[in-house]
Design a protein around this ligand. Structure first.
Ligand SMILES: Cc1cc2nc3c(=O)[nH]c(=O)nc-3n(C[C@H](O)[C@H](O)[C@H](O)COP(=O)(O)O)c2cc1C
Length: 184
């Protein structure tokens, strides 16, 4: 059976971690975010917030990370900063705080759906994207510095144009049958 466009998009999406230095216009990212913003959510308001650092704007992110960087070993710091510099843009994505455990859980889940929407939209536009969750990005001083105080860090998304060689081989996946129970 011929796969639909959506099936092909979902199945061919790959995490891209190395970018080629070409810039991306903020308007392009804004339009993709505007579509990703149609993700499902169960809180009273859309639970995600996005802090977009594009091009020179990444210096704001690097500066905000400085207190955390100063406590890290040089090689680790350089690795994290290098990833930020290599991307055309970085998106710091958070879930807003809600009053109940259920509210916070729904917010987190919906924000993950928002991120996956964006990953698929980037894939469609041949823009590479990696969803990072490494510890340094949860730093409270960093959050305060960019205005994300009290929010739950969900991902730092690094986006950029890429060359063919940057596409990793497909991560092996178990058969669906190992994860599916059918009752009919
Ligand atoms: C919740 C989540 C957190 C992730 N965190 C990281 C990360 O911190 N660093 C990283 O390089 N990749 C991260 N990834 C990307 C995964 O490693 C990647 O999706 C996985 O290797 C499968 O590859 P694929 O996306 O190409 O299918 C994360 C993915 C998810 C869904």
């Amino acid at each position: 059976m011929t796969k639909t466009t959506a099936q092909q998009l979902i199945e061919t999406r790959r995490t891209i971690r190395t970018f080629n230095g070409e810039p991306i216009e903020t308007k392009v990212l804004y339009d993709l975010l505007n579509s990703a913003h149609h993700a499902p959510f169960h809180n009273k308001v859309e639970p995600w917030n996005v802090y977009l650092f594009n091009g020179e704007g990444k210096h704001v992110l690097l500066d905000a990370l400085e207190p955390a960087f100063s406590e890290m070993a040089e090689p680790q710091r350089e690795k994290v900063a290098g990833h930020i510099r290599n991307a055309a843009a970085c998106l710091y994505v958070t879930a807003k705080a809600f009053e109940t455990e259920k509210g916070n859980k729904d917010a987190l889940l919906a924000t993950a759906a928002f991120i996956q929407n964006l990953q698929l939209l980037c894939t469609e536009q041949n823009l590479g994207i990696v969803w990072r969750t490494g510890g340094v990005f949860d730093d409270a001083r960093m959050k305060e510095s960019i205005g994300a105080e009290g929010e739950t860090f969900v991902g730092l998304l690094q986006i950029g144009k890429y060359d063919e060689a940057a596409i990793p081989s497909k991560k092996p996946r178990q058969s669906l049958d190992a994860h599916l129970a059918i009752f009919e």
